[in-house]
Design a protein around this ligand. Structure first.
Ligand code: R5P
Length: 230
């Protein structure tokens, strides 16, 4: 089974949790897109759901495939969000935001009664942090915010390069019009402490540590899919 087939396997298993009439948060990224394609087939066959997309990119794919969408303001309470992750540990703490959608993803997942993570085995780690931590920041005071992040990380015993995400042509801008700093802190033994410290920095809009949000993960490996709970 190749990487794409594993993503499809995880998405298929998550689709079994989707029921008629649900208000669904729909994630972003290559794994979430496999879920969108499978969901669209169900919708075409008669399943009735309303989706709230976590990015413009996901919204475009849903529209293209005929999945009915609403804004989060129209549907502020959701039944279920299904989304990918860049890393997850045994307690279902996640790093997200590799695709830049972390802010909307966290808002949508938090507005949902349940969040199911779909991923392949390569995303499961003992300790979060091999993947660079995305931190969404306001453009104003970028350097001051970066310094504040360095100091906050140091208080948590962490250090490493903090790089402005670039498109090649310039700085990467999120759907919300913010920038992303990718922090190479390495292993993060106390994700809660780092999360709290980052939230105290005014220029930090959001960060990619999702703690206490996911309720279930469907992890696909070469031999099929398994379920993880916190
Ligand atoms: O911002 C992007 C999201 O957090 C994605 O869910 C995450 O990057 C995983 O993406 P993929 O399924 O493509 O590995």
């Amino acid at each position: 089974m190749d990487a794409r087939q594993m993503k499809i396997k995880a998405a298929e298993a998550a689709l079994a949790h989707v029921e008629d009439g649900m208000r669904l948060g729909i994630g972003t990224g290559s794994t979430a897109e496999e879920f969108v394609r499978l969901l669209a087939e169900k919708v075409e066959a008669g399943l009735s759901v309303l989706g709230v997309p976590t990015s413009e990119r996901t919204a475009r794919l849903c529209v293209e495939l005929g999945i009915p969408l609403r804004s989060l303001d129209e549907l502020p309470e959701l039944d279920l969000t299904i989304d990918g992750a860049d890393e997850l540990d045994a307690r279902l703490r996640l790093i997200k935001g590799g695709g830049g959608a972390l802010l909307r993803e966290k808002i949508v997942a938090t507005a949902s009664a349940r969040m199911i993570v779909i991923a392949d085995e390569s995303k499961v780690v003992d300790t979060l942090g091999a993947f660079k931590l995305p931190i969404e920041v306001n453009l104003f005071g970028l350097t001051a915010t970066r310094i504040a992040i360095e100091k906050a990380a140091a208080r948590c015993g962490l250090s490493g390069e903090i790089a402005l995400r670039s498109t090649g042509d310039g700085a990467y801008t999120t759907d919300g019009g913010h920038l992303i700093l990718d922090a190479s802190f390495g292993r993060i033994p106390d994700a809660e402490a780092l999360s709290d410290a980052l939230y105290r920095i005014p220029g930090v809009v959001e960060h990619g540590l999702f703690i206490g949000i996911a309720s279930l993960a469907v992890i696909a490996g070469p031999d099929g899919a398994r379920v993880m709970t916190p």
